[in-house]
Unconditional design. Structure first.
Length: 286
């Protein structure tokens, strides 16, 4: 979802780009890569910047095999790209990596910033190893940007797209007691962050890619229902989510994190959508 939106931005700015795809291809502008087989057709010697967004979706029940895919696709995928970058005679000047606020764990009582230590749990371990896999690039003078993404809101995919059919029927509502805090960001703001990361040398290191306004799951449900002009009186019991999705539910939809985009606020990043209700009104009016 983010990659497709970023490509639109490249096209609108008339900037050339290549896509790394996961199936063998003969299409112009596409290069096949497979981290597990150590394949990257064509290399990356002619690239000024690399944006790495690939990773197995966390949606669904977390079997041991699923967890292995989540981990390997991020950590081993990054390690492979790092190897290719370091072996290149003309490596990219900047590499932008997707990361996640899962770095901070599932539940934290206080606000967290980029300076907060990692949390505990499977996702926290994955994200910590994921980020560490790219640290060696900085030692070789390559600028590295990691965007710790919150829940990315977009009409065309992700969590919001999954919620819309239920809420449009008037069957939406909070999950559990709804008190768990939710750190979110709109797709357009993520694309702008990536764009600036590529083109401005002031961007370096870790950034919490979330909006300044954190809301509870209950408030999010009510605001979404208000924007859609539908009721939101039903609730999904916590035990049902845990029964169906197990560990995934506790680590994602039931997690409780209030994440502050401290570094973005300090640099006066121009959020297009700093507040939830105007953000949803804008997204759903299109």
């Amino acid at each position: 979802m983010i990659g497709k939106a970023l490509i639109k931005r490249f096209r609108s700015e008339n900037q050339p780009f290549l896509k790394l795809v996961r199936q063998p291809t003969s299409e112009e502008g596409e290069r096949f890569w497979n981290y597990s087989e150590k394949v990257l057709d064509g290399g990356i010697d002619d690239c000024d910047a690399l944006v790495h967004l690939a990773g197995e979706t966390v949606d669904g029940h977390w079997s041991s095999f699923k967890k292995q895919l989540i981990y390997e696709s991020r950590v081993q995928g990054t390690e492979f790209l790092v190897e290719k970058i370091l072996s290149s005679p003309s490596p990219p000047k900047v590499v932008v990596f997707a990361s996640a606020i899962g770095f901070y764990g599932q539940k934290r009582a206080d606000w967290v910033t980029e300076e907060s230590p990692p949390g505990s749990g499977f996702l926290a371990d994955v994200v910590e190893d994921w980020e560490q896999a790219s640290e060696v690039l900085q030692e070789h003078g390559i600028r590295v940007v990691r965007l710790r993404l919150g829940v990315v809101l977009a009409k065309e995919g992700g969590a919001l797209q999954k919620m819309l059919p239920v809420f449009r029927l008037g069957l939406g509502g909070a999950i559990g007691d709804g008190e768990q805090r939710m750190s979110w960001i709109t797709l357009s703001d993520v694309v702008e962050m990536i764009w600036q990361s590529i083109h401005s040398e002031s961007w370096q290191g870790n950034y919490n890619a979330v909006a300044p306004e954190v809301v509870s799951n209950l408030k999010f449900s009510r605001v979404l229902a208000t924007v859609l002009k539908r009721p939101a009186i039903l609730k999904v019991p916590k035990f049902m989510m845990e029964t169906v999705f197990g560990e995934m539910a506790d680590s994602t939809v039931l997690s409780d994190l209030a994440v502050q985009p401290k570094r973005l606020m300090e640099m006066n990043f121009p959020f297009k959508h700093p507040k939830l209700q105007p953000a949803l009104e804008d997204l759903l009016s299109k």
